[in-house]
Design a protein around this ligand. Structure first.
Ligand code: 13P
Length: 288
């Protein structure tokens, strides 16, 4: 089986009140860990690739080829989408050309009319090719009422305009932030999420910044229409902590403990455990 569009898996999630996890990949170990865990949990999965990670892995073509080969060699039968994360205008074309099954064009930095025009272009192209497409709506401010520690909030009317273009799924700021949340974070803004949901006519939504959001907030966001949740930093943190523990315990100096396959193994196990926990929290287990 090859990678698939995320349309069917996210539609099913949206209609049945759960979310599919997007786990960003950085290298072979990451990819293998996420794919094996998805298979073990019988869960659909989205492999997210940022432009930086794509470049690190020597290009989108390498990534697409590696993922396709791994699906075959590991006998992965659960649905897997290979998705460009926060694509630029040029990068989105490149990922499509390289064979990604799904792309996010992030036009949120553009004025809304330009975001709409560019998003429209990718909607037409991805529909023609049978791929899925995520769009993002810009923020109305990184702080609200002068309160710091609040992520960006999207304008529900702009969400309505972008959702109406026929995108598969829509990312919109509801106070979420990429990376580790600051101590004074105000939490997700469910009022904005509910307002967006009302305006986007049953379009599934994406929650970015999935690292460190309290479980109850995640569940509430899913209940309000979030069908895809992105997790990146949390896997990086647990990977680094596990490899650090191995080295600090001197295990790389015991026998052939320096072998990268041994050295990185605790990190890989830590990623698997995090992905398992997220799949359980998001409700995607046994939904393949
Ligand atoms: P975190 O790194 O905060 O988990 O966010 C991931 C993400 O949203 C990728 O688009």
């Amino acid at each position: 089986m090859k990678t698939v569009s995320l349309e069917a898996m996210c539609k099913k999630a949206f209609e049945n009140g759960y979310a599919v996890g997007q786990f960003n990949i950085n290298n072979l170990e990451w990819t293998k860990a996420v794919l094996q865990t998805a298979q073990e949990m019988n869960s659909p999965v989205i492999l997210g690739v940022s432009e930086g990670a794509g470049k690190y892995m020597t290009g989108f073509k390498t990534v697409a080829t590696m993922v396709d080969s791994m699906i075959e060699s590991l006998n992965i039968t659960v649905p897997v989408a290979l998705h460009l994360d926060h694509g630029t205008y040029e990068g989105t074309f490149k990922a499509i050309e390289a064979g990604f099954s799904s792309v996010m064009f992030d036009g949120s930095k553009y004025p809304i009319d330009e975001n709409i025009a560019k998003t429209q272009e990718f909607v037409a192209l991805t529909k023609k090719l049978g791929l899925s497409m995520e769009a993002e709506v810009g923020a109305i401010g990184g702080e609200e009422d002068g309160v710091l520690g609040m992520g960006e909030l999207a304008d529900p009317d702009e969400c309505q305009r972008i959702a109406g273009l026929g995108v598969t799924i829509l990312a919109a700021g509801i106070g979420n932030i990429h990376g580790v949340y600051p101590a004074n974070w105000q939490g997700l803004n469910f009022k904005v999420l509910a307002d967006i949901k009302k305006k986007v006519d049953n379009k599934p939504l994406v929650l970015h910044g999935g690292t460190g959001i309290p479980d109850e907030m995640v569940k509430k966001a899913i209940a309000l229409g979030v069908a895809k949740i992105n997790v990146n930093t949390e896997c990086q943190l647990v990977f680094a902590a596990a490899v650090r523990k191995y080295i600090e315990a001197g295990k790389d100096r015991e026998g052939k403990g320096y072998d990268p396959r041994k050295l990185l193994a605790p990190g890989v196990e830590a990623i698997k455990q995090t992905v398992r926990e997220k799949m359980i929290l998001f409700g995607s287990v046994d939904k393949a």
